[in-house]
Structure formats: structure tokens, C-alpha cells
Ligand binder design. Structure first.
Ligand code: NAD
Ligand code: MG
Length: 398
């Protein structure tokens, strides 16, 4: 039985809602008891209010100040405090809890993850973008506060579970698995007309829109390579990616003696979330189970870097180091959302990232002095402007 006082940042999203769902199932089966301090969401007030009525947090926050009145109305008659805006989300993240889930999407999740890192709570980190933007500083901040960072991304949860934390020198290589996304087998000449609807229809995982696009371009695996490098202190040349369309093996750790350990499970985010929630314990919940005989076989192939150049761009960004991963992240985020807004063609997502990286490198983009979170946010803002210019240039040329 685990008892936790928790906060969920981004509770209305795919990972956030799965977290609450898992907590409900753990309570129903008598394996967990949870008290919720704060929930935060975005524009979906109905969902946030429904979650708040179910979990009775002390505080519910919407990112959008224009929706504060709607949230207040929706929670009228309860004793749940309401608030809105970025500063309120950061305040929610600083409240003392045992466990905090950071599941806001994109660099928008950086400030609250940074705030949560200083509280000493266990930080369950789904928001990979904050690690990519300022991973080493974020990891150091959690350590200094006496907290613990547990990765939620399924690949990193897999590695975390089979990685010898006390003897990292025993590891020779990390192998990240990738589903290959919905266009794994689509010939390049048919990739030009890909629509947002096609891109978010992932074959194995049900996820938010941005990460689904990242999965389709394989920028997601690029972000995850950077995430893995920081989390497990591994140089890029010792991180490989293999395409595994069934998404059953979530990643592997190769040891120096040639032994390779993998973590497996059906593709359901509630399992890595459960691992982060209970660590170092385990909670029982009615998880989907593996039926290997029914699966019959697992398949693997090398990623096609020509059709999915974002993967290699991420590797180059990691190699360059410094602020370059943050530049990669911001350029990719702007391009992915421009694609979702139908302002950019699918194949131009990686082209925008490549061009923005080049311009940023030429301009000598680097982290300023001072607070690492602030420095990363400045690079993020500056890169966003550059990427918007690149996108506008493409639109003019068309
Ligand atoms: P989502 O789009 O479903 O949900 C995002 C959440 O963030 C929502 O609650 C939304 O209201 C909130 N949000 C959005 N913009 C915000 C802003 N500007 N300020 C404050 N809150 C904001 O996304 P998701 O798929 O749940 O992904 C969340 C994070 O977890 C991402 O970083 C993603 O890469 C990572 N992740 C997701 C999955 C998955 O299966 N969905 C798997 C691994 C990692
Ligand atoms: Mg992942």
C-alpha cells in the first residue's frame, strides 16, 4: 500500500489524465491512497473541474487567465481554491508534496518543473522538453534539494528500471526503441501531403497532439536521445536507436560483458507512470499483461535517417552541446505546432529545424549567465523568433 500527497501539472492532458486514472484504479484495488494538493490544466475547464471534483485538491489552476471565471463557476460550492496563469502554475509546483507529476507539454512546462525540482519532492518527469532544454541543471537541482527525479517517458522508465545506478561503468550502450510512427513504411514521395489528422493517428500509443507529431517525424526519438544522455550521463555515441514497430520492448541497456537487459510491457503509459508513482516500491493495478505467444514475434529495423532527418539533427545538437539541444527543441516545437495549424508541410518540419539550427549556430546562440532555467527560456524565446522567420520565408517562397 502506498500513500502519497501529490500534485499533477498538466492533469487534463494524456499523461496527466492517465496518472489520475491509475491513482483511481490503485485506490479501487486497495493498493494506494492519495491526497491531491493541486491540479493544473489549460483550456479544457470542464475536464479540469471534473477532475477537481473527483480528487478535491486544495488548488485548481488553469494556464489561461481568460478562463479563470469559468473555472471558478465550475467549482462553485466546493472549497477548492482556483487560480490562473503561469505564475499560479509555478506556485502550485512549489507546494510541499511527496510526489509531483510534470506533464505539461513543451517548453511551457520548464518553469514549473524547475520550481518543483527545488522542493525535494519526487519529481515524476514526463515533460521531456524541460530536460532537453536544461537537463544537467535540472537534474542537479533535484539532487541538491534532496529529491529524486524519476523518468516517466516509457523508454527512460525502461532504462531506469534496468540501469545499474550504483555502477554506471558497467554499461556500454543504451538502446532506445522507436515505434517508427505512422509513416514508418510510407515512401518519401508520399510524405509530402501528410495531414495533421494522419500524423496524430499513432499505431500503438494514444498521446497528445504535439508528441504524436514528434513521433511521426521521429523528432520525439531525437528528444529522447538527448533526454537519455542527460538522465544517464551517457555520451551520444553510446546511445543507439532501433525501430521496433510493436512497442513491446521499451528500451535496452547493454552491459560491458555483452549482456543486454530490456524492459517490456504492453504500450500503456500507466505502467511507467505506476513505476514512477510507487518507486522504489511497486503497486498492483489491473495493468494490461503481455501475451508473448499471442504476439508471436517482435521485429526490429534500423531507422531511416533520410526520411526522418530530425533524428540525426537531434544527434548533431547533442554533439554540439551547450544551448544547441534547447535550440533543437524550440525549433521543433514551433514547427510541429505550425504543422498542426496547417501552416507548414509535414516534410518542412525537419527542414525548419535544420535551418533554424544553422542560423542559431551562425549567430553564436549560447546560454547567458545566471539561472539555468532563465537562460534556457531566453534561448527558447530567441529560437522561436528565428524559427517563425524561417517558416515565414518558406511561406513566401511557396
Ligand atoms: P497533452 O497535450 O495531452 O497535455 C498537455 C497538458 O499540458 C494539458 O494538461 C494542457 O492543458 C497543459 N498545457 C498545455 N499548454 C500549456 C501551457 N502553455 N501552460 C500550462 N499548461 C499547458 O500532452 P501529453 O501527451 O500528455 O504530453 C505531456 C508531456 O509528456 C509532453 O512533454 C510529452 O512529450 C510527454 N510524454 C507524453 C507521452 C504520452 O503518451 N502522451 C509519453 C511520453 C512522454
Ligand atoms: Mg517515449
Amino acid at each position: 500500500m502506498i500513500r502519497r500527497r501529490v500534485t499533477v501539472l498538466g492533469s487534463t492532458g494524456s499523461v496527466g489524465a492517465s496518472t489520475l486514472d491509475l491513482m483511481a484504479q490503485a485506490e479501487a484495488t486497495g493498493t494506494g491512497v492519495f491526497e491531491v494538493e493541486a491540479l493544473t490544466g489549460g483550456a479544457n475547464i470542464a475536464k479540469l473541474a471534473e477532475q477537481a471534483r473527483r480528487w478535491r485538491p486544495k488548488l485548481a489552476v488553469t494556464a489561461d487567465p481568460a478562463r479563470l471565471d469559468a473555472l471558478r463557476d465550475a467549482l462553485a460550492g466546493t472549497d477548492i481554491a482556483v487560480a490562473a496563469g503561469d505564475a499560479a502554475i509555478v506556485e502550485a509546483a512549489t507546494r510541499p508534496v511527496d510526489w509531483i507529476m510534470a506533464a505539461i507539454v513543451g517548453a511551457a512546462g520548464l518553469k514549473s518543473a524547475w520550481a518543483a525540482a527545488a522542493t525535494g519532492a519526487t519529481l515524476a518527469l514526463a515533460n521531456k522538453e524541460s530536460l532537453v532544454c536544461c537537463g544537467p541543471a535540472l537534474i542537479e537541482r533535484v539532487k541538491r534539494a534532496g529529491g529524486r527525479l524519476i523518468p516517466v517517458d516509457s523508454e527512460h522508465s525502461a532504462i531506469f528500471q534496468v540501469f545499474p545506478a550504483d555502477a554506471p561503468e558497467q554499461v556500454s550502450r543504451l538502446i532506445l526503441t522507436a515505434s517508427g510512427g505512422p509513416f514508418r513504411q510510407t515512401p518519401r514521395d508520399q510524405m509530402t501531403g501528410i495531414t495533421p489528422e494522419q500524423a496524430v493517428a499513432h499505431p500503438n500509443w494514444s498521446m497528445g497532439a504535439k508528441i504524436s507529431v514528434d513521433s511521426a517525424t521521429m523528432a520525439n526519438k531525437g528528444l529522447e536521445m538527448i533526454e537519455a544522455a542527460y538522465l544517464f550521463d551517457m555520451p551520444q555515441e553510446r546511445i543507439d536507436v532501433v525501430v521496433h514497430p510493436e512497442s513491446i520492448i521499451h528500451s535496452l541497456v547493454e552491459y560491458v560483458d555483452g549482456s543486454t537487459l530490456a524492459q517490456m510491457g504492453p504500450p500503456d503509459m500507466r505502467t511507467p507512470i505506476a513505476c514512477a508513482l510507487a518507486w522504489p516500491d511497486r503497486i498492483a493495478w489491473p495493468a494490461p499483461r503481455l501475451d508473448l505467444a499471442a504476439l508471436g514475434r517482435l521485429t526490429f529495423e534500423a531507422p531511416d535517417l533520410a526520411r526522418f532527418p530530425a533524428l540525426d539533427l537531434a544527434r548533431q545538437a547533442l554533439k554540439a552541446g551547450g544551448a544547441t539541444p534547447a535550440v533543437f527543441n524550440a525549433a521543433n516545437e514551433v514547427a510541429a505546432f505550425a504543422f498542426l495549424d496547417r501552416k507548414l508541410a509535414f516534410l518542412n518540419i525537419a527542414a525548419v529545424v535544420a535551418e533554424t539550427l544553422e542560423r542559431a549556430t551562425k549567430a553564436g546562440m549560447a546560454f547567458g549567465s545566471g539561472d539555468a532555467c532563465g537562460a534556457a527560456l531566453s534561448v527558447d524565446a530567441e529560437t522561436r523568433r528565428m524559427a517563425e522567420t524561417v517558416i515565414a520565408g518558406l511561406a513566401n517562397a511557396a
